[in-house]
Ligand binder design. Structure first.
Ligand code: SF4
Length: 342
């Protein structure tokens, strides 16, 4: 572990480096609590380049927290489409309604932490960037930078490792500019202390870094606990249609793809004509799940038969175009693109 002096040297190096190298991200240009919060939720599990256009889209469609709160959940899910981890959108929407009802944004780290979808990292990022509160934000980038710099070998997703990382992050924190400081460490992780090949020769904190120019250390830090086994999920969706009408269902409120639109997993009755596999199986990856999806086609003998099947699976009869307007997980979008217009 390093001493306070080294921490202060690192803090100064970070400050200068960030002033010269910070990317011009849209939420940094005219910072607001709403824009910062939105960017932090969008960037959880999403790359900056993917999150950036979505941030613009959200700011256009829901320019204030009030607009977001007054939108329906399905409008928010639709706007989120393509980003995955849809629970983030549901919780963002719930939180917007709490803020709207309170009449103001939370004004401290502790208050942000009470909102749905806001964990310690997000609360620290928003409170430091948006409110100037001196709290160190620790995300995956920060874990990587700090564990390498201080040579922390305990898994960063375990209690001891997480505490060790937090201690160093707290010691580094620039109390005069906590928001810029937190962004500087994250930016350093994204641009310089990269996962595979960190650019140590360009690094402003290499002087006291335990891993500088040491590929053996880069390979093992940040250490992680053994990963959960990935589950295999064999999924068959039944795509039954009559003329341009199909049956789609809204998935349950909890679990994978909550509240999003997909196809039934229950096959239609035997008087439907089986059309066989409509397209090649698709392998689709979610966290801890590997989905092998197949798509069986069916032709209904009549619209009434299609409607009866929809009722049986608690679904709806709709056209492909109507489905396109609903919030769909990426796997359904792939099916849609492959089959629409057939
Ligand atoms: S010197 Fe290298 S390993 Fe250390 S923090 Fe900088 S980029 Fe990462």
């Amino acid at each position: 572990m390093t001493n306070l002096n080294n921490a202060l040297v690192a803090q100064a190096g970070l400050r200068t480096w960030y002033a010269n190298h910070a990317r011009n991200l849209p939420w940094r240009l005219k910072p607001s609590l709403y824009g910062t919060w939105l960017s932090e939720i969008l960037l959880q599990q999403t790359q900056v380049e993917t999150g950036r256009p979505k941030w613009h889209l959200f700011m256009e469609r829901f320019p204030t927290v009030g607009h977001l709160a007054r939108a329906s959940e399905s409008e928010v899910l639709k706007a989120w489409e393509g980003l995955g981890y849809y629970r983030r959108a549901t919780l963002l929407h719930k939180a917007s309604r709490i803020i709207e009802a309170a009449g103001e944004f939370p004004m401290s780290y502790d208050a942000w932490l009470k909102l749905p979808g806001v964990g310690p990292y997000t609360a620290a990022a928003i409170a430091s960037i948006g409110l100037g509160e001196a709290v160190a934000a620790v995300d995956g980038n920060v874990q990587r930078v700090v564990s390498r710099w201080a040579g922390i070998a305990d898994p960063v997703d375990g209690k001891t490792g997480a505490q060790a990382i937090q201690t160093v992050a707290d010691a580094w924190l620039d109390h005069d500019a906590p928001g810029n400081h937190n962004q500087a460490v994250m930016e350093l992780g994204a641009l310089v202390c990269k996962p595979r090949k960190p650019l140590c020769t360009l690094c402003p904190i290499s002087t006291h870094c335990a891993s500088a120019n040491n590929p053996d250390m880069w390979g093992v830090l940040p250490a992680k606990k053994l990963k959960k086994k990935v589950q295999r999920w064999e999924l068959t969706w039944h795509i039954a249609r009559f003329e341009n009408n199909i049956v789609a269902i809204k998935r349950p409120e909890s679990g994978v793809w909550a509240n999003m639109w997909a196809f039934p997993e229950t096959p239609p009755p035997s008087h439907f004509l089986p059309l066989g596999a409509l397209m090649k199986p698709i392998t689709h990856l979610l966290t801890h799940r590997r989905i092998e999806a197949t798509f069986q086609g069916w032709r209904a003998p009549s619209k009434a038969a299609l409607e009866a099947y929809a009722k049986e699976v608690a679904g709806e009869v709709m056209t492909w175009n109507a489905l396109k307007k609903r919030a769909m997980p990426r796997l359904v979008t792939k099916v849609f693109d492959a089959l629409h217009g057939e």
